[in-house]
Design a protein around this ligand. Structure first.
Ligand code: GLC
Length: 508
């Protein structure tokens, strides 16, 4: 019998939008504590908290001033300790977000750099302009903005891979590394069990700072972002992952400790699965997640492609929605089929808050949107803010049970639809999360996988040698040649019966 480590089911909490307890209109740590019973009842193994650190919130908390301190808008150190204690009491591990690629431009380091402190400037990437005043090279930001921003005080450009308010950190710098290691140790000492590493594939650039070559059509199709995002026009040879990019995470492992659960976000669409494999060899991260599944709403072809390219699904976290990716909920049977398919895929599974109610992607008016990326690309952006609309705990209440004040985003929910999702889906999620663990699908190996049009047919062998077959029809009606005998489970929650979506699993 193998001793393969269980692959966790991880519930992602976007704290700003989870539960407000003060009437501020913004979620807080006490709110998470209040709602942890709901999370634990789903049977997940862990929660991942999106950033709660001090931040001007220009990029939704992913622009951090101080990684060691909790933003007062979320609560106090005591609230955090109470949250960790409550989570552990319920058997939930706590994973924190680590945004190491950049800081906020409000961070004391960056402000000191602007004020002329060269030692602090070396924590980032500052360069003189070319003689004609233009930036040092052709690098762009992943958000489709120029990669270089001019600062007249230093008379230099600095580099940022996302917003100009998120200057990229020089992660090769020993002082930067020492700082990161210390704050990570600090969170571990406070009981944190693991970390999610933001944009872990973006950390390093080539010191030669050469121009990136243009994309070939094949590369452009794979670089993350819409094809009209200029970022996809380049092959990111020099600004991302040169040489030791994947090996760098061995440092993260050393700083976090062998017993920490570590997973990372791959924003490099090019060679996504192959890169995920490089980042998860022994001594590196436990898992990496890519955008292949969410960008294709878990289509049979995307699952089969992932399985064909991955050495093992144990090292790839499956997911469909997040604070960055529009919610995949629809008012039909597809929710349950997709959830069952995700539960059946071996490896870790990340569930985004509210997905267990089949919440749909709400429509927001442009004047309500605060996310700079959505506004920049309006109306064709990723719809990040829609997926961040706060949780409708009580669909009949004023403020939907999220807040007694004015929510930071309007709660654009259809009350009846939310109520139906709450009545039917959460129970189904709890059931399949339990089955995934009890039947050993999470640690199983894939022995066969076939994607035929809109039908996915997967066979697993679990660590104790039993064989399971899952067949998932994405709107193509009931598949032919199903195994004989009754299935162990059928995706029957919220089944309108008219969509042609079917999913079931057999002990074969
Ligand atoms: C990650 C985060 C996203 C953020 C970006 C830059 O992709 O998930 O929300 O904007 O990193 O930090």
């Amino acid at each position: 019998m193998s001793t393969r480590k269980p692959a966790p089911a991880i519930y992602q909490i976007y704290p700003r939008s989870f539960q407000d307890t003060t009437g501020s209109g913004t979620g807080d740590l006490q709110g998470i504590i209040r709602r942890l019973d709901h999370v634990a009842a789903l049977g997940v193994d862990a929660i991942w908290l999106s950033p709660i650190y001090v931040s001007p919130m220009i990029d939704g908390g992913y622009d951090i001033v101080d990684h060691k301190a909790i933003d007062p808008m979320f609560g106090t150190d005591a609230d955090f300790d109470a949250l960790v204690a409550r989570a552990h009491g319920l058997g939930l591990q706590v994973y924190m977000d680590q945004v190491l690629n950049h800081t906020s431009d409000q961070s004391p380091w960056f402000q000191a750099a602007i004020a002329g402190d060269q030692a602090m400037a070396d924590h980032y990437l500052w360069r003189d302009p070319k003689p004609d005043g233009t930036p040092p090279n052709n690098w762009l930001s992943q958000f489709g903005l120029p990669g270089w921003t001019w600062n007249h005080l230093r008379r230099q450009y600095y580099f940022s891979q996302f917003l100009p308010q998120q200057p990229s950190l020089n992660l090769r710098h020993p002082d930067v590394q020492a700082h990161i290691a210390a704050q990570m140790r600090g969170w571990r000492d406070r009981g944190v069990d693991g970390f999610r590493f933001d944009v872990v594939t973006a950390y390093l650039w080539d010191e030669s700072l050469q121009d990136n070559p243009p994309s070939t059509p094949q590369v452009q199709a794979k670089v993350s972002g819409e094809t009209w995002n200029t970022y996809t026009y380049q092959d990111h040879t020099y600004d991302m992952l040169p040489g030791d990019g994947a090996a760098y995470v061995e440092k993260l492992r050393a700083w976090a400790g062998d017993d920490a659960y570590l997973f990372g976000e791959n924003t490099s669409g090019n060679q996504s699965i192959e890169l995920a494999m490089q980042f998860t060899t022994p001594g590196r991260l436990d898992a990496v997640y890519t955008t292949d599944l969410p960008e294709n709403r878990g289509s049979p072809a995307s699952v089969a492609d992932m399985i064909a390219r991955a050495d093992s699904l144990q090292r790839i976290a499956g997911w469909l929605s997040s604070h960055d990716q529009p919610r995949h909920g629809r008012p039909d049977a597809s929710n349950a089929v997709l959830a069952l398919q995700m539960a059946f895929l071996p490896g870790p599974w990340i569930i985004y808050q509210g997905e267990e109610w089949a919440l749909p992607q709400p429509d927001l008016a442009k004047e309500d949107v605060t996310d700079p990326l959505d506004l920049l690309q309006w109306p064709d952006g990723p719809g990040r803010e829609g997926s961040r609309v706060p949780m409708p705990w009580d669909p009949q209440a004023v403020g939907y049970g999220f807040t007694t004040g004015t929510p930071w985003l309007p709660l654009a929910w259809d009350r009846d639809r939310v109520a139906r999702g709450q009545a039917e889906m959460a129970r189904f999620y709890a059931r399949i999360i339990g089955m995934r663990r009890d039947m050993g699908w999470d640690t199983a190996d894939v022995v066969a996988c076939m994607a035929k049009g809109d039908v996915l047919d997967i066979t697993l062998r679990t660590q104790d040698g039993s064989q399971w077959r899952g067949v998932f029809s994405h709107g193509a009606g009931e598949p032919a040649n199903l195994p004989a005998g009754p299935p162990a489970i059928v995706a029957d929650a919220m089944d309108g019966g008219t969509t042609g979506w079917h999913g079931a699993i057999w002990n074969a």
